[in-house]
Design a protein around this ligand. Sequence first.
Ligand SMILES: [Zn+2]
Length: 88
Amino acid sequence: MIRLTTENTQNAVAKCRQLKPRVKFIKDRLFVVYSANNSNVYHVRFDVRNGDKFGECECRASERGLICYHLVAGATANIYRQSLKLAK
Ligand SMILES: [Zn+2]
């Protein structure tokens, strides 16, 4: 899993805003992100350890340790979901 920081997610956030991929919640911190460019779908997972956020995607960029826009899309949905839970 890759540690997510404000710095290393910047480019992916910009790309995510541009492409606006669809995200579907599966369970817990698992999401499916639909590629904006083709028919691929990627599972993205998240974890929190000692207050740090970690994420993992199935695409090639993530395999190389890069933050992809799928991760950011999933993370955005995850944060939104957590905030809904807290609001209850
Ligand atoms: Zn990805």
